[in-house]
Design a binder for this molecule. Structure first.
Ligand SMILES: [Zn+2]
Length: 75
């Protein structure tokens, strides 16, 4: 539970500004990363999935190009 020394009270993490500062006095109280994952911010495993998908689709594209040029399906 974040504690603001300036306001002398506890705050719910949702009552704080997005950067973890006090809405009342502006003092930095809590690391916003301690809170649950911020909506709209993709987790790291999502980007691994994206990279894998792009790599896979890129390889399929290379296969199609090789097939179109040589008539041989690689792999
Ligand atoms: Zn405060």
């Amino acid at each position: 539970m974040p504690w603001c020394e300036s306001c002398d009270r506890f705050y719910n993490p949702k009552q704080l500004a997005p950067d973890g500062t006090c809405m009342t006095c502006g003092r930095f109280i809590a690391d916003p990363d301690d809170d649950e994952e911020t909506p709209g911010k993709a987790p790291w495993h999502f980007w691994i999935l994206v990279v894998a998908l792009v790599a896979y689709l890129g390889w399929r594209l290379v296969q199609v190009v090789i097939w179109a040029v040589t008539g041989d399906w690689p792999g």
